[in-house]
Design a protein around this ligand. Structure first.
Ligand code: FEO
Length: 162
């Protein structure tokens, strides 16, 4: 059995991770329309990863004898204007998710829910990686985005993400 406050936050986080998948699918479609198939594939992979995050939390809730309430997934609401703006929105979103994860950890700590704290360790580390990846995409695009040959190579390398 989980602490009520912790359970509610974890339940919400399942929804937030699924929203992240939606958001990155939207980014993927935008990049594909811009002729950047590699960026599109990268974001589609990212969307899959977000679903894995959602399932991880879903499974944890069930493993603790609780039920998950599946909430409506919001339509991605960010207006997508150009490639660099999309990349920056990705970083902003990950920083927002880091805040959510940290909050779950903080509430779990406050409630002396050591099991959930340990479970959330993985997500704390993951968020460091998520922000780093988003920052790297921005700096690479700022460096190579204006040179068609360099952008072609960058796009090709992003398309190889597995
Ligand atoms: Fe589920 Fe991108 O963090």
């Amino acid at each position: 059995m989980l602490n009520v406050k912790v359970k509610e936050l974890l339940n919400d986080q399942v929804n937030k991770e699924m929203y992240s998948a939606y958001l990155y699918l939207d980014f993927s479609g935008f990049m594909g329309d811009k002729g950047l198939g590699g960026f599109a594939a990268w974001y589609k992979k990212q969307a899959e990863e977000e679903m894995e995050h959602a399932f991880k939390i879903y499974d944890y809730i069930h493993a603790n004898g609780e039920k998950v309430e599946l909430l409506a997934i919001a339509k991605p609401s960010i207006a997508l204007n150009d490639e660099l703006q999309v990349l920056k929105e990705g970083l902003k979103h990950e920083q927002y998710v880091t805040g959510l994860i940290n909050n779950i950890y903080a509430v779990a700590m406050n409630e002396k829910d050591y099991r959930t704290m340990q479970f959330m360790d993985w997500f704390i580390k993951e968020q460091c990686e998520e922000e780093e990846n988003a920052e790297e995409l921005i700096s690479k695009f700022e460096k190579y985005g204006k040179d068609p040959a360099a952008l072609f190579e960058l796009d090709k390398s992003l398309g190889k993400r597995d």
